[in-house]
Design a protein around this ligand. Structure first.
Ligand code: ATP
Length: 364
């Protein structure tokens, strides 16, 4: 209708100032988040940061202490889980052990009292989707971990929920199965277009799967952004060091756009926002450091000594000490170049100006 055109399109899920207290302990501090239709969102953060609590609050399994929650514009803040429209998959496969694969997947559809033929057809579709047609009459104990997790996914998707919630669904699997299932999950999510929120503490998983990552720490959101934004433009030192590897060095802010590392002054191409005279944290990725001065931009030269050479397969990681500042850092090189270095070797490093980032606070 015409009226519906005038209404703002509502997000799939909207969290406003969600807080959660366990007695005196605050597990979530005023969380604001908007999830759009079809997005794949990852909650990423260290153990205990509140990821699972937030996911459970969205599911209605853990009542929030304050705030408001909307699903497609509908206020669900006080709705019990069974009246919210989501499918959920947990870390432990948690299939019903006494039900066959068919009956596990059919469970939600039977609860909805769907006709028998419809259930048969839907389960068949889902079995094809997860590639487990042959296992239809088997029981969970007869399946591998990866197969069980695929059945759990099919069971969660059976009722066509508008929101899929995944709590570390891959973490109990071995590395090889995990990577394979990760690709399948991404394809499935894209094909179905189902809005998905996944909890993970694995940054690689978040970087490869998410459209947007929500980085959490101590019950707060540190940053929300695409994987590229989170990696290339971390909002603060926590995000910089939690996602990917980062060298962090304590420096002093000497002007709006300049810092001092020991005796060396470095000008930045962006204002850093740290008050002049205060300590700050200079960040540079191990792969951003160069052995030759770049021809296309300003770079700072620093002298270093090799402490240790670490062989990591495709590349070599040099553990260095800066000679002027005694700060330690890491530097990654392709295998061929990296292997020519030995402990105690001295070398010149070039730090391209546009690869330098400065954050408030000291390096830890
Ligand atoms: P992990 O990756 O280890 O599961 P997480 O980020 O999912 O961590 P949560 O499980 O959400 O963290 O827990 C957040 C904090 O809330 C933790 O410090 C935890 O000890 C605390 N917490 C969680 N549930 C309860 C509870 N029922 N009672 C008291 N404290 C709780």
């Amino acid at each position: 209708s015409f009226a519906s055109l005038l209404q703002p399109v509502s997000s799939c899920l909207q969290l406003e100032q969600i807080a959660k207290h366990f007695g005196d302990f605050t597990a979530l501090h005023q969380i604001d988040l908007q999830v759009e239709e079809g997005e794949f969102i990852c909650f990423l953060g260290p153990s205990g940061c509140g990821k699972t609590t937030l996911l459970r609050a969205i599911a209605g399994l853990e009542p929030q202490s304050a705030g408001r929650m909307l699903q497609q514009g509908r206020d669900i803040t006080h709705l019990p889980p069974e009246q919210r429209d989501f499918g959920i998959v947990f870390q432990s496969y948690a299939l019903f052990p006494n039900l066959s694969v068919f009956d596990n997947i059919a469970y939600g559809l039977r609860n909805q009292r769907q006709p028998k033929a419809r259930i048969q057809q839907r389960v068949q579709e889902l079995l094809e989707l997860i590639g487990l047609e042959a296992a239809v009459h088997q029981f969970p104990a007869q399946l591998s971990g990866g197969q069980q997790q695929r059945v759990a996914l099919a069971r969660a998707l059976a009722t066509e929920p508008s929101l899929l919630l995944l709590d570390e669904p891959l973490s109990a699997l071995d590395a090889c199965v995990r990577v394979h299932l990760r690709q399948q999950l991404k394809k499935l999510q894209r094909d179905l277009g189902v809005t998905t929120i996944m909890v993970t503490h694995d940054q690689e998983e978040a970087l490869t799967l998410a459209d947007r990552i929500v980085v959490m720490n101590q019950g707060c959101i540190e940053q929300i952004g695409t994987p590229q934004e989170i990696y290339q433009r971390p909002a603060n030192a926590f995000v910089a060091s939690f996602v990917g590897r980062m060298n962090l060095l304590t420096v002093e802010a000497i002007s709006d756009r300049a810092i001092r590392l020991g005796e060396q002054q470095m000008d930045l191409n962006r204002a850093h926002g740290v008050p002049v005279g205060e300590q700050a944290c200079l960040a540079i990725r191990p792969e951003a450091i160069q052995l030759q001065p770049p021809t296309d931009q300003v770079a700072y030269r620093l002298q270093a000594r090799v402490n240790e050479v670490e062989f990591l397969g495709a590349f070599v990681r040099l553990h260095l000490v800066l000679t002027q500042h005694q700060a330690e850092l890491q530097f990654d090189l392709p295998l061929g170049v990296g292997c020519t270095f030995q402990p105690q070797t001295r070398l010149d490093l070039y730090w391209p100006q546009d690869q330098l980032q400065v954050f408030a606070g000291e390096a830890r």
